[in-house]
Design a protein around this ligand. Structure first.
Ligand SMILES: NC(=O)c1ccc[n+]([C@@H]2O[C@H](COP(=O)([O-])OP(=O)(O)OC[C@H]3O[C@@H](n4cnc5c(N)ncnc54)[C@H](OP(=O)(O)O)[C@@H]3O)[C@@H](O)[C@H]2O)c1
Length: 337
């Protein structure tokens, strides 16, 4: 059996789950783990991510030196949402010739916000025989790759609508914090403006990924989001939201052509929603409607997408890639055969 050496960069809730579920794949061998939190550095990674046993890998902060020594095939990265803040971390992996998959939302379609950084990453990746991919559940799969793939049996497509409604009380603490749960509206708006919280990141990236897959040549892409305010006190999943405070966010990504909305992405994350679901509507010939009545659990699904893309990325040509350029993924046991 081929063994794939992997490193995990960032041990927050997502990176911790990557360690946990990565170790369950018999073909993956963890060789390094990185974080900057002094409470994590220097400890065994098994202990840091909440496993019952030690793994034999110590959490390090000296990324370059340890990558150079351990030489992973792939680095799985989960530290931040904005590429301008984390691209030097991506380069750490690229410089040792490792492939890298990151959950950084703006890396899923990096050309939209960061064309210059994208150019540099692509050049460096090609120079060092490394492949870079940004993905996750959203952006990265549910509201972009999946609707794009769903248009395959259509002879004609006029409009794509993709929506996702999730119960924020079931999500990790860092997610609840970034959508401003419990704040008053004024403070929510101020924190969004200052960048202290981001709410959801990736509406425009999802629109751009669909546009790239269908070669839509959109005239423009718009995105916006707003707080959802509790009309009465809500107590759910250990969270209490007072009446008049933020109980979630709702936002949209829109792709326009000739004045018409031809792509519309909608995402709602709130405490106290009645039903979690995803829905994709393809207006075309034929008209297609798909609905996942269960809703996809965002944190573990993000980790699954990352892990299932490992074989795809390892087999891809070097360079900065977007998911709509790569072989379609699936749950993958490739290296176990
Ligand atoms: N595309 C998707 O579908 C998707 C889904 C889920 C999450 N995400 C994104 O993935 C990222 C990770 O999620 P999360 O909830 O685990 O985030 P998080 O709670 O912010 O955790 C990030 C971890 O990385 C550490 N870190 C920050 N800068 C670092 C650096 N330079 N070197 C090493 N470690 C560093 C942080 O340490 P400190 O705490 O000390 O700063 C923290 O332990 C977030 O940006 C999130 O928005 C994307």
């Amino acid at each position: 059996m081929r063994s794939i050496k992997f490193a995990v960069y960032g041990l927050g809730p997502i990176g911790s789950l990557i360690v946990k579920y990565g170790l369950e794949r018999s073909w993956m061998e963890l060789v390094a783990a990185f974080d900057i939190d002094p409470l994590k550095v220097g400890r065994d990674v098994g202990e840091v991510v909440g496993l019952d046993e030690k793994v034999g890998v110590i959490v390090e902060k000296n990324v370059k030196e340890v990558l150079d020594k351990t030489r992973p095939d792939i680095v799985l990265h989960a530290t931040g949402s904005y590429l301008d803040k984390i691209y030097t971390q991506i380069l750490d992996a690229v410089k040792v010739g490792a492939d890298i998959i990151s959950t950084c939302e703006t890396l899923s379609y990096p050309y939209y916000r960061y064309p210059e950084i994208s150019k540099k990453l692509d050049e460096e990746a090609k120079k060092n025989s490394s492949t870079i991919l940004g993905t996750g559940i959203n952006p990265g799969f549910l509201l972009d790759l999946l609707p794009a793939v769903m248009t395959t049996p259509c002879l004609k497509v006029e409009k794509i609508i993709a929506r996702r409604i999730i119960d924020a009380s079931k999500r990790r603490e860092s997610f609840r914090k970034k959508i401003g749960l419990g704040l008053d509206k004024k403070m929510f708006d101020e924190k969004i403006k200052s960048g202290e919280i981001t709410a959801h990141v990736g509406y425009a990236e999802s629109v751009c990924l669909i546009s790239h897959a269908l070669r839509l040549k959109l005239d423009s892409v718009k995105e916006y989001q707003e707080a959802i305010i509790a009309e009465k006190e809500i107590e759910l999943g250990g969270i209490k939201i007072n009446s008049g405070k933020v109980r979630g966010v709702r936002g949209f990504g829109i792709g326009l052509k000739n004045g018409e909305e031809i792509v519309k992405i909608e995402f709602t994350a709130a405490v106290g929603i009645e039903e979690e679901f995803e829905e994709i509507i393809i207006e075309g010939l034929p008209k297609l409607v798909w609905r996942n009545l269960n809703g996809t659990p965002g944190d573990t699904a993000t980790v699954a997408v990352v892990l299932n893309y490992v074989p795809v990325v390892l087999e891809s040509e070097p360079g900065l890639k977007i998911i709509t350029q790569l072989k379609p993924p699936s749950y993958c046991t490739y290296f176990e055969q």
